[in-house]
Design a protein. Structure first.
Length: 268
């Protein structure tokens, strides 16, 4: 059983929802990332989602686009991100880590080499935004061979047939994008989210995580009532941007917000 599956089982046994904080690796500088990962776990993060910097992050809004740009100023590569996970594993062998990024750097490295290096470093799952399951057979074969879960995105516009196709290919959990558009975008409509999560659960036994539009403890609590995981990104990256010139203040600031979200989620 993967670390991701184990974590969801542990949380379910305690009647809790996973909290999945997202940051971009290397933002605002490479020295911040691994200590920040540990701080987010200590604050209540259940699974860490680590963005792989990319020059054309098409699914991301301006906030995370700028995070990619800050990281790329330090020439952070896919290999560097895998190295960060390896350093994180020196102290934490339990918390699942999911990489989120785009296919181009993985193709440049090669599917097998990427999967081997990521698996050896302790990566548990990968969200690759721009590869549909229809084109992913070789990629998925490489990931499975090294025990890495393939996590796919579902959109508000995904119909029943599309939901089934993606859920059949997915492992670990399914990521429901709760608003139309890019990260950091439109307002969250919790009734619509609940309805879509219900539809997804009719198709798969995998946990369903919900991301995009979760900005504060109140929205995290609302999503926690209908989903298996609450995924939080842009609001955290916003804080990193605001404190980019004060890197020592980043971990305390993010820890405070994550802790508030965890507390709110645990009240349901």
């Amino acid at each position: 059983m993967s670390r991701i599956s184990q974590r969801f089982e542990q949380l379910e046994a305690r009647n809790k929802t996973a909290l999945v904080p997202f940051v971009t690796a290397g933002d605002p500088n490479p020295e911040v990332t691994v200590p920040l990962m540990h701080a987010m776990v200590a604050a209540g993060g259940s699974i860490i989602e680590l963005g792989v910097p990319f020059s054309d992050p098409m699914a991301d809004g301006p906030v995370i686009q700028r995070a990619n740009e800050r990281a790329l100023k330090h020439n952070i590569s896919l290999r560097d991100v895998i190295g960060m996970v390896s350093r994180f594993r020196e102290q934490d062998s339990d918390t699942p880590v999911v990489l989120m990024g785009y296919l181009n750097p993985i193709e440049a490295m090669g599917y097998e080499q990427f999967a081997a290096l990521a698996g050896e470093a302790g990566v548990d799952g990968v969200i690759t935004v721009d590869i549909p399951p229809e084109e992913a057979d070789d990629y998925l074969t490489a990931l499975r061979a090294h025990g890495i879960d393939s996590i796919f995105l579902l959109a508000p516009t995904s119909d029943e047939q599309r939901i089934k196709r993606i859920c059949d290919a997915a492992a670990g959990f399914v990521y429901y994008v709760s608003v139309k558009g890019t990260t950091g975008g439109a307002r969250l409509a919790i009734g619509e989210v609940a309805s879509k999560v219900f539809d997804i659960r009719k198709t798969t036994k995998l946990p369903v995580g919900v991301g995009f539009g979760i900005k504060d403890p109140e929205s995290a609590q609302a999503v926690a009532q209908v989903a298996d995981a609450v995924i939080v990104g842009s609001v955290l990256v916003n804080q990193i941007e605001a404190l980019a010139e004060q890197p020592d203040a980043i971990a305390p600031a993010l820890s405070s917000l994550i802790s508030q979200m965890r507390t709110a989620m645990d009240l349901i």
